[in-house]
Design a protein around this ligand. Structure first.
Ligand code: AMP
Ligand code: ZN
Length: 468
């Protein structure tokens, strides 16, 4: 299997450290707000990678952290803690915010058929591990204490900028965006391992440590949580491209200095989802969520398909127009598949070349759009219906689009026409009633009844739904 590796920036043959298991680590969400559909693009593509590895016969152990402490508003150690600002925004405690948005994140993942990783670990569970790793880094001379904080000393490394295309200029952007440079840092690229003092509002959550009451930096949590659950050798580390620098660069600095050997062999970065205004970001506040798409009538799996239609290493631009195209394609595909005759026994020998083509597509750096084309190729083929269904069910172990579950929620392209008609009728009826034109109002009520539309009077006006 060929996988693009950000280390080396080439497609490389994937060879796990041990034949028995693939150790995979995913940077989890910072749980101060809902995940937006950009974040979820990253998790969808990582989910496909994990499922494909399993499909290809590997055992996989996937670990994810939950960032519930230590992520400042700038990725470069400045600004307020994101969790604290979430808590202030909602007048709740940090732990209440963490619980609420962790649950919301997994609910969204469920809707998108994203499998929960084997291990999910909140950062606040691992304070002892953070303190231990930081102590070792200090002992080994990779860290120093200044102004009450512990910093990683990047000048101690032979190579700090490990992902070739990230350099000092990228860092300069981080510095320019921040309020003020941290004078405690010996080198511009140094970063905080443990805070006891920050210029910004203090954390709600603090822990005793050898360096005083404080809280961990953001990067240390992923190094420690991966080390705790994946062991010393990691095969694949995943995240969105914005995590490559400084977050992943700093994770490598910490982990390899701590372990004394190379840590992770493959770095899988998903390019961003953008909208008309540019990169979708949580801190902008105004962003698209799965619930918003649902409230507009979209089946969340339409968004999953939208993501699978393009390659994870290309930026993806979101628009409702493109999503509508996908919704149409999805509805048609589901209808075609549900019309297949379910009786009969699949011919597995006949199925093999189709499964091989699918593997070939995914083996080439997770080419999901080609993987989707394989579904259409099967439908067009001479295979009998039972074999077609068998092959598509196999593909769906990776694509997870519920392709063979016959009961599907319609997408708005189908629902939309109905909704427009119903809403026009309700408006006409309201107008007729206002004009005391009871005959027209009653005729419309009867027509709506025929359409199985139930009207409910609420304080916000008339609501409607289709009778079950
Ligand atoms: P966060 O919750 O901000 O820590 O981000 C969770 C994940 O989403 C990380 O892997 C980010 O790199 C990724 N991410 C953030 N913004 C986007 C975006 N616009 N498109 C795709 N992935 C993103
Ligand atoms: Zn991380």
């Amino acid at each position: 299997m060929l996988l693009y590796n950000s280390l080396g920036q080439t497609k490389q043959e994937f060879v796990p450290h041990s034949q028995d298991i693939v150790n995979m680590y995913t940077c989890g969400p910072t749980v101060y707000h809902y995940a937006h559909i950009g974040n979820l693009r990253t998790y969808i593509m990582e989910d496909v990678l994990e499922k494909y590895l399993r499909f290809a016969g590997y055992n996989v152990k996937r670990v994810m952290n939950i960032t519930d402490v230590g992520h400042l508003s700038s990725d470069a150690d400045t600004g307020e803690d994101k969790m604290l600002s979430g808590a202030k925004r909602e007048h709740k405690t940090v732990m209440e915010i963490a619980k609420f948005y962790t649950d919301a994140f997994f609910a969204d993942c469920d809707k998108l058929n994203i499998k929960k990783p084997d291990v999910v670990e909140p950062a606040t569970n691992c304070i002892d591990e953070f303190i231990n790793m930081i102590s070792v880094l200090l002992e080994k001379g990779y860290a120093y204490i200044a102004g009450g904080n512990v910093y990683f000393d990047t000048s101690k490394l032979d190579t700090y900028y490990v992902f070739g295309n990230m350099n000092e200029d990228d860092l300069a952007v981080g510095v320019r965006d921040s309020v003020e440079e941290d004078e405690n840092k010996r080198n511009k690229a140094d970063f905080v391992l443990w805070f006891t003092k920050s210029k910004f509002d203090s954390q709600e959550l603090k822990w005793e440590s050898p360096w005083g009451l404080g809280y961990p930096g953001w990067h240390i949590e992923c190094s420690c949580i991966s080390n705790k659950h994946n062991g010393e050798y990691l095969d694949i580390h995943c995240g969105g491209i914005d995590n490559a620098f400084p977050h992943h660069t700093n994770e490598i600095a910490q982990s390899e200095s701590f372990l004394g050997h190379k840590w992770c062999n493959y770095w899988f970065h998903v390019l961003h989802l953008n909208d008309a205004r540019g990169k979708m970001s949580k801190s902008k506040g105004d962003f698209l969520t799965v619930s918003l798409l649902e409230s507009k009538g979209y089946n969340p799996l339409v968004y999953r398909m939208f993501c699978l239609q393009s390659h994870y290493r290309k930026p993806l631009t979101f628009s409702y127009e493109s999503l509508d195209n996908t919704a149409n394609a999805y509805d048609k595909l589901i209808k075609r598949i549900s019309s297949l005759d379910k009786e009969g026994t699949p011919d597995k020998a006949q199925a093999e070349p189709y499964i091989d083509s699918f593997k070939e597509a995914l083996d080439n750096d997770i080419n999901t759009s080609l993987g989707l084309t394989c579904v259409y190729d099967v439908l067009k083929s001479e295979l009998d219906d039972a074999t077609k269904l068998y092959v598509i069910e196999e593909f769906d172990k990776v694509l997870s689009l519920d392709l063979t579950k016959s009961e599907q929620k319609n997408s708005p392209s189908a629902d939309g026409e109905l909704a427009t008609e119903v809403e026009a009728l309700i408006e006409k009826r309201t107008k007729a009633r206002a004009e005391k034109d009871w005959a027209t109002a009653d005729a419309i009520r009867d027509k709506l009844k025929e359409m199985h539309v139930v009207l409910v009077d609420t304080k916000d006006g008339i609501q409607w739904h289709i009778e079950n």
